[in-house]
Design a protein around this ligand. Structure first.
Ligand code: G3H
Ligand code: ZN
Length: 281
């Protein structure tokens, strides 16, 4: 069934557990993620990013409604989350597309501007019945990353994080603790003691972005230290693309996309299953 993000996150937080949000770019991503979650018997969050919406010609509804429809017929609880939104117009479309939550991304703005933009996004979201995540302490690695005020080495300051959450009213906070977006090797080292200090300073659940680059042991420690929502995108694309490449290479006469997208979707399911099983133990 379709479940609210806020409920899945709150439940994970009380159990000192985590809930994983996987990025959806195509229908095959959503199908693979749901198959993997059902095999692991774990709830999961499907997240569609602003970048994925841009890829789909700026259209949010087709992919979102398809993902919501798949979620409704799933045997596990599935939430739908709109990720890394910078465009307020897009934010406002979330309300009638099956989303229960949004990540409003003002992480690249200077502090005072981040606070005021996020506070007004949170007010709108709560009026619309949506759970809102925001980011403080820019997690680098996105393609259009700014280079000046915030770089990948930046860390979230606990005192500033407490002030930020109090002034914006957000429901969850994405923090910069050593991960970076779009890493294709799992070599990130997280500042585990900073995660603990952030958990003590901040009254809302903490979110880790760029989790594809984080090794299993570091991820599990991060959950023990206080991370509740784990965002994974690139790891699925590595699995998916490897199978497409290998299949087309070994069968050069192939033309039916189902013959390479099908096995690629299975690879996404396997990666989701492995990840959820690893995090459950
Ligand atoms: O919001 C999405 C995540 O931060 C994904 O990051 O692609 O590096 O796993 P990743
Ligand atoms: Zn992210």
């Amino acid at each position: 069934p379709l479940a609210p993000t806020g409920e899945l996150v709150a439940h994970a937080a009380t159990e000192r557990h985590s809930v994983t949000a996987f990025n959806v770019i195509t229908l095959e991503h959503a199908e693979g993620i749901i198959t993997g979650a059902e095999a692991a018997e774990r709830p999961v969050i499907l997240q569609i990013s602003e970048n994925a919406v841009r890829y789909h010609k700026g259209q949010l509804r087709p992919l979102a409604l398809a993902a919501a429809s798949m979620a409704r017929s799933s045997t596990v609880e599935i939430a739908l989350h709109l990720d890394h939104v910078t465009d307020v117009e897009l934010l406002h479309q979330a309300a009638d597309c099956g989303f229960s939550s949004v990540m409003f991304d003002a992480g690249a703005l200077p502090y005072a501007e981040n606070v005021s933009a996020t506070a007004s996004a949170a007010r709108w979201a709560h009026d619309a019945g949506l759970w809102l995540e925001a980011e403080l302490g820019y997690v680098g690695g996105k393609p259009d990353a700014p280079t000046s005020a915030h770089t990948a080495g930046v860390r979230t300051d606990p005192a500033e994080a407490a002030d930020y959450v109090a002034r914006t009213g957000v429901d969850a906070l994405a923090v910069a603790v050593g991960s970076s977006h779009a890493m294709t090797e799992r070599s990130a080292t997280l500042d585990q003691s900073l995660i603990e200090r952030l958990r003590e300073a901040v009254p809302v659940p903490l979110v880790l972005h760029g989790s594809s680059g984080v090794p299993d042991g570091e991820l599990r420690s991060a959950v023990r230290a206080g991370i509740v929502k784990i965002n994974i995108g690139t790891a699925l694309n590595i699995s998916l693309t490897r199978v497409v490449r290998d299949t087309l290479h070994s069968l050069p006469a192939l033309t039916d996309p189902r013959k390479y997208l099908g096995p690629a979707r299975d690879a996404v399911a396997a990666t989701v299953h492995t990840t959820l099983t690893m995090l459950a133990h």
